[in-house]
Design a protein around this ligand. Structure first.
Ligand code: SAH
Length: 196
């Protein structure tokens, strides 16, 4: 029981794609997340022209916020539907191209060039493909990764950030005996051991 009850749970790529197809996307916030508004200064820290990463991005509207502020945004998301909905819902023209380093992956980029969304698993990415980031907005990402992949996820994220980066992480607090997740319950103690 407890946190242990979620340890073995696995949500497959097919299940995520199905959620998008069915419109079963209660996690999507049309108005954006109030916590990003609140902590925007912490993320940006007075800097301009940053490279911001949105892991497991869905069609998060906050990507548009950051791009409109002059930053460049990179996201990664399994669902091509989500990525296309992002661009169409913001009336942003885009082009798509294959990613030579990742077989089967596509990259969707706004014509203006400041938003690039990779359609593949986050575990296919590396800093040699996407470079390193000055800031991360991790909402519905660490908590959506299967518990068995958490360590790998954290190591990858540590690899994808610059030395002087800011990382905003949103977690959810609830009794893991009562819900199977996702979002999964990731206790603060575990976050400390994952990210050091
Ligand atoms: N961060 C977004 C979406 C959260 S839901 C928001 O705040 O709205 C998690 C999303 O991650 C889903 O859209 C799912 O399709 C995607 N996803 C889950 N595992 C993934 C993985 N390993 N690689 C890429 N995308 C993934």
């Amino acid at each position: 029981a407890g946190v242990g009850s979620q340890k073995e749970r696995v949500v497959t790529e097919e299940e995520w794609l199905q959620k998008w197809e069915m419109g079963n996307i209660g996690f999507h916030k049309e108005q954006g997340h109030p916590l990003l508004q609140k902590y925007m200064d912490v993320l940006l820290n007075g800097r301009s022209g940053l490279k911001i990463f949105f892991p497991l991005c869905g069609k998060a509207v906050e990507m548009k916020w950051l791009a409109d502020m002059g930053h460049s945004v990179v996201g990664v998301e399994f669902s091509e539907q989500a990525v296309k909905e992002f661009f169409s819902e913001h009336s942003l023209p885009y082009c798509e191209e294959p990613v030579p380093e990742i077989s089967g992956a596509k990259m969707f980029q706004s014509t203006s060039g400041n938003i690039s969304l990779y359609c593949c698993s986050i575990f296919d990415l590396s800093s040699s493909i996407v470079g390193k980031f000055d800031g991360v907005w991790d909402r519905g990402a660490l908590v959506a990764v299967n518990p068995c992949d958490r360590q790998r996820y954290a190591s990858l994220m540590i690899n994808l950030v610059e030395k002087n980066s800011s990382y905003l992480l949103v977690t959810v607090s609830y009794d893991p005996n009562k819900h199977k997740g996702p979002p999964f319950y990731v206790p603060d103690s575990e976050i400390k051991s994952l990210f050091g």
